[in-house]
Design a protein around this ligand. Structure first.
Ligand code: G6P
Length: 367
């Protein structure tokens, strides 16, 4: 097993570090002459132009990737998109139209609720595109179309590299959809695609920053409860960062859309409570900063994740983690890395079984 870990103490840390390679393996075969190619003969640009609505469905981390996909699809292609938890989708009698597309997201391709959601969509005559990591898995076999992620085997229960490449495939899809529908010019499509291909270089410095994250984790290690806040893409990342932290370190954690704080959560903010504020999106930067400030004035210890050039006013944060400037829409690919490392080091420092957290399974094949 030590050999399989390739010199890393845990599979999770190995897999976090494999993300640059996983991104290249997943994205580069789908870029031709600088343009995104889905490589699904039936999903021509003409078919993409006819899509009415996109439904993204998955469980856990895969569903969180779907949230990023929804935001990218709506922002770039202006096609309405919905995200569903598979166990909700399958029992809520979802409204599905013939010209909709259901995107099913799963690392293992075996999650029982996700497979049931797929079958429901197909039984309604709606085409299903599966984004799956395991070749030949049940979901891959049952879908109309498959776009594989090439993360390689993921052993740690907490999903890391599979999530990142799920987002990459969703970005490729959103870019092609936007181009096909004339929402993005060829020049703009090429520019975003080049930025996506460049993602491994963007995240390598974040992997190299692990000592800073380890140090920050050591300052928060004794915490009982913690909150993640963000807006837009940063809200989707708050959910994923919070899930990573709670599943492996057993610290209670909640994620809130930053603007929702004052509608409830702020009553839980007292002296010393950690608030992890994600502020990478320029359009809502000031808003999130003001929310972070509100929590700090009530005693929160604010750990702020923002970009290199962002101006952080005095009195907002106890510590700041800086990311490199990058396309706002693609920022989740960079931001997720320090959040994964934060969860990882919290779990290690708390003496938890990082790769096999209690009560959790890598693949949930029963309902
Ligand atoms: C389990 C795993 C999670 C994963 C979820 C969905 O709960 O512990 O890490 O996100 O299942 O799995 P899937 O294989 O469908 O992506």
């Amino acid at each position: 097993e030590a050999a399989e870990k390739g010199g890393y103490p845990h599979f999770m840390l190995k897999e976090i570090n494999e993300q640059p390679a996983a991104i290249t393996a997943t994205v580069s075969p789908r870029v031709e002459d600088g343009m995104p190619e889905l490589r699904i003969p039936a999903l021509t640009d003409e078919v993409l132009r006819g899509i009415g609505r996109v439904h993204l469905v998955g469980c856990g981390t895969a569903m969180h990737a779907g949230m990023v996909g929804k935001s990218a699809i709506e922002a770039l292609a202006r096609v309405p998109a919905e995200v569903d938890i598979a166990s909700e989708f399958r029992y809520r009698d979802p409204i599905l139209e013939k010209n909709d597309l259901v995107i099913i997201i799963s690392q293992s391709g075996e999650t029982s609720d996700t497979l049931a959601a797929l079958k429901l969509a197909r039984s309604r005559g709606v085409p299903v595109l599966a984004i799956v990591n395991v070749v030949g898995s049940s979901i891959a076999r049952a879908a109309d179309y498959v776009m594989y992620t090439y993360a390689g085997p993921e052993i740690a229960v907490a999903s890391t590299k599979a999530y990142t490449v799920q987002m990459c495939v969703l970005y490729l899809f959103a870019l092609r959809l936007a181009y096909a529908r004339g929402r993005l010019s060829e020049t703009e499509t090429r520019r975003y695609t080049a930025q996506l291909l460049h993602a491994p270089e963007v995240i390598k410095p974040r992997l190299a920053d692990c000592e800073q994250i380890k140090y920050l984790a050591s300052r928060y290690v004794n915490t009982q409860s913690c909150f993640f806040i963000g807006r837009g893409f940063d809200y989707a990342l708050s959910l994923e960062g919070s899930l990573k932290l709670k599943e492996i370190s057993y610290v209670h954690s909640d994620a809130y859309a930053a603007g929702e704080l004052k509608h409830g959560t702020i009553s839980l903010i007292t002296d010393g409570v950690p608030v992890i504020a994600l502020a990478t999106q320029k359009q809502v930067y000031e808003k999130t900063i003001s929310n972070a400030k509100e929590t700090r004035s009530r005693g929160a210890r604010v750990l702020l994740f923002t970009t290199k050039d962002a101006v952080v006013p005095e009195g907002v944060a106890d510590a700041v983690v800086r990311l490199d400037e990058y396309e706002d829409i693609l920022m989740p690919l960079q931001l997720i890395v320090p959040l994964q490392l934060f969860a990882y080091y919290m779990a290690v420092l708390r003496g938890c079984d990082v790769d096999k957290p209690r009560n959790l399974a890598k693949s949930v094949t029963v309902e």
